[in-house]
Ligand binder design. Structure first.
Ligand SMILES: [Ca+2]
Ligand SMILES: [Ca+2]
Ligand SMILES: [Ca+2]
Length: 491
């Protein structure tokens, strides 16, 4: 047995255990260990539903107040704290896509900073390179709204057999604990194609009117961009080194006042002219940003496959100031992907077309997560689902993403919402569950929450995915809204 294959069965439960080989931790396979993680979520116990099993943690406890997903979450701190997990990588060297959700305890006034790292390790569990180092400045994680982060690593160097995913928290103003939940790490098709994606080099590689660099508590790093007037910001990103007709994944973070934002991915030909309709065309109303209490809201979507002749993708942000306010942007991600968003009428802009609903209506909203309409589930409970055709799905994993909020403020309860992806055979019969996301009643604060998951590989015979949301009754008058449902292939 080779060194690397022996190490791949090790578990990073604790340091200092007996080991026959320095640096290589020999533990029996844990019940949490997946046989071959493949394209699925590579993180073991990613939502802390089994406490800290699979994680190595210092000053981290498991808590259950104001949850994001499931019944438990990790709370880092007070003061400094860290948590990490070593993840075996079967087959080198795809970049990895990362997502996680952070929040502060209710009486938190200023959390410490958070550093999120992905380190590439060799078979002896020695660090050979850094794949990602994301810095979230002190005070950005607060109790006014949750943030779902997205990031993509570099391509790991050859010899990488493990990825170490690590969160380290600095001390803030007490009480300063940071809550962490719903961690996703999955294979991506490419690393981030955007140059200077987090504006750490100001406007280098970008073309901007009115947007200027800004350094006040960004989403990540030490810089963001800021506009106080109508304007736009764009970057043209070569895609002619990708296979023809490649779809792309776009993500970004935005915050601001009463300022609406249009976000497009446009296809450019060799002459630099736009061809075909936009690959992505999103609209975020100004009132939506206001409702987030000046904290960042993140987005993720897939383009249609690039049209013939496309050599570049232009990522274009256009802001419209509705009153004398402003807008901030940070962390723009564009990677190759393997499908468009497969959901029909994903943002309810065409009412409930394509969806089957009970006690759920589509309606116009000034505070839609995206566009001008949302699906609203009644206070008595209700459901909505769509069967999404999946061409050649078997063995592939799908990224699932949606925005959800309730009208609840304070202690009013919204009921539980269960979101899931079920596999269907060609006769429309359910043949398995790909993913289940539990949105607990207590997690909702009248703001948009961004949920993301990765399904398990689709089983043989899977011809469609049933994307469904089911909500139990909450307090009278408290409804739940769902918007912009995404199901597509990262890799
Ligand atoms: Ca959880
Ligand atoms: Ca930044
Ligand atoms: Ca919408």
């Amino acid at each position: 047995m080779s060194k690397s294959s022996r190490c791949r069965f090790a578990r990073p439960i604790a340091f200092g255990c007996s080991t026959s080989k320095p640096g290589c931790f020999h533990f029996p396979p844990s019940p949490l260990k997946k046989a071959d993680p493949g394209c699925a979520n590579l993180v073991q116990n990613p939502s802390f539903e089994a406490g800290l099993a699979g994680w190595s943690a210092t000053n981290v406890t498991i808590t259950d107040s104001n949850l994001f997903e499931g019944t438990q979450e990790a709370t880092l701190g007070p003061n400094v704290a860290s948590i990490f997990q070593d993840i075996p990588l079967s087959g080198c060297c795809d970049p990895l896509f990362l997502s996680f959700n952070v929040f502060a305890v209710l009486d938190n006034i200023n959390s410490g900073s958070l550093v999120v790292e992905i380190l590439w390790l060799n078979s002896d569990r020695e660090t050979i390179a850094t794949g990602l180092r994301l810095f979230i400045p002190e005070g950005r994680i607060n109790n006014s709204s949750r943030i779902t982060y997205f990031a993509v690593t570099d391509r790991p160097p050859s010899g990488t057999t493990w990825a170490r995913l690590q969160f380290s928290k600095g001390a803030g103003a007490l009480p300063d604990p940071v809550k962490l939940d719903q961690i996703i790490l999955a294979r991506a098709s490419t690393s981030n194609l955007v140059q200077n994606p987090g504006f750490e080099l100001g406007l280098t590689s970008w073309t901007a009117t009115t947007f200027v660099p800004d350094f006040d508590r960004p989403y990540e790093g030490a810089a963001q961009v800021h506009a106080t007037d109508d304007g736009n910001l764009y970057q043209d990103i070569p895609i002619n080194n990708l296979p023809a007709h490649t779809p792309l994944l776009l993500s970004f973070a935005a915050s601001g006042g009463l300022t609406s934002l249009s976000v497009q991915v446009l296809w450019l030909n060799q002459a630099g002219s736009q061809i075909g309709p936009p690959g992505i065309d999103l609209f975020i109303p100004g009132d939506t940003f206001v409702a987030q209490n000046n904290n960042y809201l993140t987005y993720l979507d897939f383009t249609e496959p690039a049209p013939a002749g496309a050599v570049a993708a232009r990522v274009l942000f256009t802001d419209t100031i509705e009153k004398q306010t402003d807008i901030f942007l940070d962390q723009v991600i564009l990677t190759g992907a393997k499908s468009a968003n497969l959901v029909q009428n994903p943002s309810f802009e065409n009412g409930l077309t394509g969806w089957t609903a009970v006690n759920t209506t589509a309606l116009f909203s000034d505070q839609a997560y995206e566009g001008n309409a949302v699906a609203r589930v009644d206070t008595t409970g209700g459901l909505i689902f769509q069967d999404v055709l999946l061409p050649s799905a078997a063995g592939h994993c799908f990224l699932f993403n949606f925005g959800l909020r309730s009208s609840s403020i304070g202690v009013d309860l919204s009921g539980n919402t269960l979101a899931a992806v079920h596999w269907l055979d060609s006769a429309g019969r359910e043949i398995g569950t790909g993913l289940s996301v539990v949105v607990p009643s207590t997690s909702l604060r009248a703001q948009w929450l961004v949920y993301t998951g990765i399904t398990e590989p689709a089983p043989p015979g899977a011809a469609a995915a049933r994307v469904k949301f089911t909500r139990s009754p909450g307090s009278p008058q408290v409804f739940v809204e769902i918007d912009k449902v995404v199901l597509g292939r990262l890799s």
